[in-house]
Write a new protein. Sequence first.
Length: 82
Amino acid sequence: MKINWGTAIVLVFIGFISFILYFVVKMNINSDYEHDLVTEDYYKQELAFQNEINAEKNSKTLLKDVIVKKNSRRSSHLFSRR
């Protein structure tokens, strides 16, 4: 049986769509592939991290360099001389 080039394109297109839909369904059904947010208060943590980024960016405009060392309990700020 000879396949027309138009029929071949349609078959390849249907095969590709089936391949993609297979993985979409597999990722949604299988519990090993969790795509939810990692924590419940994700946005609150993101805002806190953005504040750290802003603080670092603002510290670069100072005349003296600021070195920040963070521990689990506290953070220390050291000002270096230029």
